[in-house]
Design a protein. Structure first.
Length: 434
């Protein structure tokens, strides 16, 4: 059953085609493209600019290059977690840092801002965004704030237990590349954002920290969140002083003229992830139910809810194999110096709860990365606890030091894919077959 769970996960990944999704949503016919309900004639523009960043940026940039008419001048900036083995014509490429920005992240941010400042009303700008963009591209609003200051801040944010929306509220109010500020950098240009989303529907301004969308959060919100999670003591003196003195500049709001005529198009998100995973489950004979209610829940609460869902589904289909699918990010504050992420930590939380049962649990990131580990996540079944204890491994010990990867590596139950070049949401698969 652990092999079946991995098969479902890998089939799900294989069925999500980024260039195909872009081709479908952009829908070019001659010089005409579709953006939502609007048809746009690219021949009205003297120049096209492409800004692509995030974990799926390489596939998105490649897809856009294949779709654009060659007769219009084009320049692009591509920022990915790693440099591609072969460049894409017309794209200047950077390898940014994740989950903490690097010097290359700052260089990419500066290059993007320079490119956008050169854009005018005869320029068409395509933004291609995917998860991970918040650290891959960065640049400080305050020129006195250093890369080291930002690295310290990002490290504190990703380990404090705050939700992605709360984390990004902080980032938006100190960064020149977030919270709508890239749209404002090219105020007169036509702008279309195509997004592969790893955030809940309705929270699109959290994707890559919302660089092209009006920001609903405020500087007051940012200060409140910083205080709630005791972040100021972990920030550099300069950033801490900006929060304490209430000197954070406000982000652009919906009435800013830079957003007039701008479009945001979701290419892939929760719906496509669930559809692919549901199809993979049904193909293997499982009665399947999708549940996205546990987003941002603590590990233990989410585990209890999803296991209760699985029991309910089994009661509805006695004797048949059943599956629960869940997506989203769970709250998993870092407690120690171990290796792992929220996906393996969720599975580890389930291990004692499913001991002795016919239940199998897999949780993994669709980007192929789980926290600071080299794995995407982990998988466990009703025999895992007994096998682990025979090796002297206790779940509570590994959870206490945030060391879930080492637990599952000893059992050979880490799920490893390598970077996938995509980034939708985490996927949890719970199976029950008698």
């Amino acid at each position: 059953m652990k092999e079946i769970a991995q098969r479902i996960f890998r089939r799900t990944l294989a069925s999500i085609d980024v260039p195909a999704a872009l081709s479908l949503k952009l829908d070019r016919s001659g010089s005409l493209i579709r953006a939502g309900d609007e048809r746009i004639d690219l021949l009205k523009y003297s120049r096209i600019a492409g800004i692509a960043f995030g974990k799926a940026s390489l596939a998105m940039a490649s897809g856009l290059s294949d779709l654009l008419p060659p007769e219009i001048p084009f320049e692009g900036i591509l920022v990915a977690p790693q440099l591609p083995p072969k460049g894409i014509a017309g794209w200047q490429t950077f390898a940014g840092g994740h989950p903490v920005p690097t010097a290359a992240s700052f260089s990419a941010g500066r290059a993007i801002l320079d490119c956008l400042h050169r854009c005018d009303d005869r320029t068409m700008v395509f933004f291609l965004l995917s998860g991970g963009g918040s650290s891959l591209v960065e640049y400080a609003l305050d020129p006195r704030v250093t890369l080291e200051d930002f690295q310290k801040m990002h490290s504190a944010l990703v380990t404090c237990g705050a939700s992605i929306e709360e984390i990004n509220t902080i980032r938006k109010h100190v960064s020149a590349t977030k919270g709508g500020r890239l749209a404002v950098a090219a105020p007169r240009s036509k702008k279309i954002t195509y997004a592969i989303s790893d955030v809940p529907e309705g929270q699109e301004s959290s994707l890559a920290s919302g660089p092209t969308l009006p920001d609903p959060s405020t500087a007051v919100d940012a200060a409140r969140i910083a205080a709630q999670y005791r972040l100021l003591e972990r920030f550099s003196p300069l950033l801490r002083a900006a929060f304490e003195s209430h000197e954070l500049p406000e982000t652009p709001k919906a009435d800013d003229p830079a957003f007039e005529g701008a479009h945001f198009v979701r290419l892939l998100g929760t719906h496509e992830l669930f559809h692919a995973a549901h199809h993979a489950c049904e193909a293997l004979g499982f009665e399947c139910l999708c549940d996205n209610s546990t987003d941002n829940w603590p590990l233990d609460k989410a585990a209890d809810q999803l296991l209760a869902d699985l029991q309910m589904l089994r009661n509805m289909y006695p004797g048949k194999p059943v599956a629960i699918l869940a997506d989203g990010e769970l709250s998993s504050p870092v407690k120690g110096a171990g290796v792992g992420g929220r996906n393996a930590a969720f599975v580890l939380t389930c291990v004692p709860k499913i001991a002795g049962t016919k239940i199998t649990v897999l949780s993994a990131g669709t980007d192929g990365i789980d926290g600071n580990s080299p794995a995407a996540g982990a998988v466990a079944d009703g025999e895992t606890l007994e096998r682990a204890r025979a090796l002297g491994l206790e779940p509570v010990d590994f959870l206490a030091r945030s060391d879930s990867w080492n637990y599952f590596t000893r059992l050979r139950d880490a799920v490893t894919t390598g970077p996938t070049g995509n980034n939708l949401r985490d996927l949890r698969i719970l199976l029950w077959r008698d």
